[in-house]
Design a protein around this ligand. Structure first.
Ligand code: MLT
Length: 266
């Protein structure tokens, strides 16, 4: 994986495309890493340059200078885009990636040409949510990433995927195990201290796609529909037979919705 400054990233571009139509920037979920976007690298075939940053410390990156806020992750992304001479991008974030997209919108909206908000929500954690994060911090410290994987897998994947696609479950588990306990702990701290981004929604005027797995229990469709209503002119797509990781569970339907949005709205 190439590295620039603090960040490593996956990249794909269609062979023979002299001038791409633009850049798709894909921001990954917790507690995964950039490799969760491998099925979406295929979107490069439509003439886009696809970049998926590995958030600081995830998947074996150094934890010397941990990032413990969404703002720090957004700052890393700005540095990466500048280093790659990308003026603006279609910014797609899944779950925690969406929280980081909101931070980017808050601080540096000129980098955002369009947004894809996948299986995410604008609200901050509730007090019960913060309590759950504290328990997860203790769990990862005491028992490590394997225990986090055991706890999260049933929430990350929909019942249909768990029943019919064991290879997806295996893949997700291995993505979680690739990060250290420290890296996962730092990400939990960023999650539990993130601000409420709901007040931003009416000021989002770039083309926006809100997409969610039908059976997502972490960021359920009802919340995505509210978010779609609050972002004027946004599109809303529900992916059948998918849970929280809709891009990995139903990559064809997810990519079709993404490609349609790029074709018609961006
Ligand atoms: C994620 O998928 O990034 C996390 O589940 C988000 C969260 O726990 O709020």
């Amino acid at each position: 994986m190439p590295v620039i400054g603090r960040l490593r990233y996956l990249e794909a571009a269609a062979a023979g495309t002299a001038r791409p139509r633009g850049t798709l920037l894909l921001i990954h979920a917790f507690p995964l890493n950039a490799r969760m976007w491998e099925p979406q690298l295929a979107l490069a075939a439509n003439g886009w340059r696809v970049i998926a940053p590995q958030l600081r410390s995830m998947d074996g990156g150094s934890t010397d200078q941990p990032a413990t806020s969404m703002d720090e992750h957004a700052g890393d992304i700005v540095d990466l885009l500048d280093a790659l001479h990308v003026e603006d991008a279609v910014v797609a974030g899944l779950s925690m990636g969406g929280y980081i997209a909101f931070a980017l919108f808050r601080h540096a909206p000129r980098y955002i040409r369009a947004m894809v908000l996948a299986d995410t929500r604008p609200q901050a954690d509730t007090p019960e949510g913060v309590e759950g994060r504290r328990k997860m911090l203790a769990l990862v410290k005491e028992k490590g990433p394997g225990a986090v994987a055991d706890e999260m897998m049933p929430k990350l994947l929909g019942e249909h995927t768990r029943r019919t696609r064991p290879e997806v479950a295996e893949r997700v588990r291995s993505l979680i195990l690739a990060s250290s306990a420290d890296a996962i702990g730092n990400a939990v701290t960023a999650l539990m201290t993130r601000p409420d981004s709901s007040p931003l929604l009416p000021s989002i005027h770039v083309p926006t796609l809100v997409v969610v797995g039908e059976h997502d229990t972490i960021t359920p469709p009802a919340l995505s529909e509210q978010m779609h209503q609050a972002i004027k002119g946004s599109e809303y797509v529900v992916i059948p037979n998918a849970g929280h990781l809709a891009n990995l569970e139903q990559p064809e339907a997810f990519n079709a919705a993404f490609a349609r949005f790029l074709e018609h709205r961006v």
